[in-house]
Design a protein. Structure first.
Length: 238
């Protein structure tokens, strides 16, 4: 009887000690270890983000880049610096201006009323695009029609032959989709480019609001986009 009582007492003591150590582990050890692992994980994430290379790489140097370089062989130098947009095909770098603000032959802004409105039509040829755009320079907006090959997607190899790595990554960072159209708008004052996309029907871009509702003309035909562009710089700035 004494031995069994002693055994039962010892067993209760062991259970009490075990429970005590369990409370200590639950209250103190696990949070400290967890905090350390969390800090280590955060540090590793920061290092990975810092060392993450650009997603797109181009062999075109900044000097030869058509956007941040000289733009040789294109009409871009004629419009560079203007407060206007252009329509551009990045597979071929075909370019057409949308003249909401008028400039003279010396690149000076014409700040006087224009009688009526003007319509410009551009056809860049086979595998290019067709653009008809009417601008009201007095009110600062333009509307028009853009048409290009329905099946022509952005060709990364061709685009990289025109743009350097920085411009290429900046371009793709502005896209919601990994497969945008090859045609988009270029801001002549900044050199920034924004491509049209299947599910994006309107967006703001610099000092512009652009409505770009797209539709298919037929099953094997062209992609048509109805354009409405407002020049609307911020009214109130710090």
């Amino acid at each position: 009887m004494k031995n069994r009582g002693f055994f039962a007492k010892s067993r209760r003591s062991c259970l009490t000690v075990s429970a005590f150590f369990f409370v200590l582990l639950a209250a103190g050890c696990r949070p400290e270890s967890y905090a350390g692992n969390q800090s280590e994980s955060t540090d590793q994430t920061e290092v990975m983000e810092t060392e993450m290379p650009s997603q797109y790489v181009s062999d075109t140097s900044p000097e030869d880049c058509l956007v941040c370089g000289g733009g040789e062989g294109t009409v871009l130098p004629l419009y560079r610096g203007q407060e206007n947009l252009g329509i551009v095909n990045l597979n071929s770098f075909d370019l057409a201006p949308v003249t909401i603000n008028r400039y003279d032959d010396f690149g000076k802004l014409v700040e006087k009323a224009e009688k009526g409105s003007s319509t410009h039509i551009t056809n860049t040829g086979e595998n290019g695009f067709f653009l008809s755009v009417t601008a009201d320079t007095n009110r600062g907006y333009a509307h028009g029609h853009l048409s290009f090959d329905k099946n022509e997607a952005l060709d990364m190899e061709k685009t990289a032959s025109h743009l350097c790595s920085d411009c290429l990554n900046n371009l793709m960072d502005r896209c919601w989709s990994d497969e945008p159209f090859s045609v988009g708008v270029i801001d002549f004052s900044t050199g920034e480019i924004r491509l049209f996309e299947e599910k994006i029907t309107a967006f703001t871009f610099g000092d512009y609001y652009i409505s770009c509702d797209s539709r298919d003309e037929d099953e094997e035909g062209s992609r048509d986009i109805d354009l409405l562009i407002f020049y609307c710089p911020e009214r109130y700035q710090d």
